[in-house]
Design a protein around this ligand. Structure first.
Ligand code: GDP
Ligand code: MG
Length: 271
């Protein structure tokens, strides 16, 4: 999705090359190209309109800074507005924290847990993972195999049926580590007991962050899911997975962005 957006933007910006004043027709054309690219990626119409109005207004009203050409000026505005849209939290914080992973079964929580663990480890932090998935057969084996490949300690017990007990027992075993990621179970639908369980895990673990993992293929249907999880545990980050496999990534991203817009300080990432 972002590849396509990148090349459409490049083409649109080319039309501004060599210009000495920002002309309305060129900006309008650029905004139209940008809208087309975002809508094709299934990004929510309201978000697209907000973004394009802001870009148009700023490009036409802001004075051209000294030594900056029209193309660079507009490019900077487009970049800043895209970053704004992605939420003001922006970056993953590199400090001691407990992260609770939430989402439906198959959304990519376990895979993302390992990716995140690797990310923090590469940044020099000591990381551990707790497997609180007692539902999916082979859940512990899946995450512990991924963790052992990257030398990350993983707490779990494939025979234990109580996810809350796993979290209670797992946390003390992770003392001395800086980042603890708790991988939870998902189910096929948003069942009430799953929601209650994640509320309890959140309370017990006193998680610093609660990140919702959404499969990009869900498109705009992701909103309902995001809203339910948000009501339960105040999601403060949304990770869209499988962006490599679908052109509908923008829909899921919109769900994340709509949520983050209503929850200041939260972020959305597509991986
Ligand atoms: N193509 C692709 N597949 C992914 C990605 N993330 C996860 N998967 C696959 O999606 C399936 C479910 O992932 P898993 O992490 O087990 O989901 P969980 O049930 O939420 O823990 C697995 O087959 C993963 O290999 C991704 O970013 N891209
Ligand atoms: Mg899993």
């Amino acid at each position: 999705m972002l590849d396509k957006l990148g090349s459409s933007l490049k083409d649109a910006l080319k039309k501004l090359a060599g210009k000495t004043v920002v002309d309305r027709a060129a900006v309008e054309e650029l905004v139209k190209d940008l809208q087309r690219a975002l809508l094709q990626s299934d990004v929510n119409v309201k978000l697209v309109m907000g973004l394009s109005n802001a870009i148009k207004k700023r490009s036409l009203e802001e004075e051209l800074p000294k030594g900056v050409n029209v193309r660079e000026h507009v490019l900077r505005i487009v970049y800043q507005e895209l970053v704004n849209l992605m939420g003001d939290g922006g970056e993953v914080k590199l400090g001691a924290q407990t992260i609770l992973m939430a989402g439906l079964q198959g959304s990519g929580k376990t895979t993302t847990t390992a990716k995140l663990a690797r990310y923090f480890q590469r940044k020099g932090l000591r990381v551990g993972v707790i497997c609180a998935d007692t539902f999916r057969p082979g859940a512990y084996e899946q995450i512990s195999t991924l963790c052992s490949k990257i030398n990350i300690p993983c707490f779990g017990d494939p025979k234990e049926k109580d996810a809350l007990k796993l979290v209670r027992d797992g946390l003390p075993s992770m003392s001395g580590l800086e980042v603890v990621i708790i991988d939870t179970q998902g189910r096929h639908a948003l069942e009430n007991d799953l929601i209650q369980e994640i509320i309890d895990i959140n309370t017990i673990s006193k998680a610093t962050h609660r990140w919702l993992v959404i499969d990009a293929a869900l498109g705009q249907q992701a909103s309902e899911q995001a809203r339910r999880f948000h009501e339960a545990i105040a999601i403060d980050g949304v990770i869209i997975t499988k962006m490599d496999g679908t052109a509908k990534g923008g829909g899921a991203l919109s769900a994340g962005l709509t949520l983050t817009a209503s929850f200041p300080g939260s972020s959305a990432w597509g991986i």
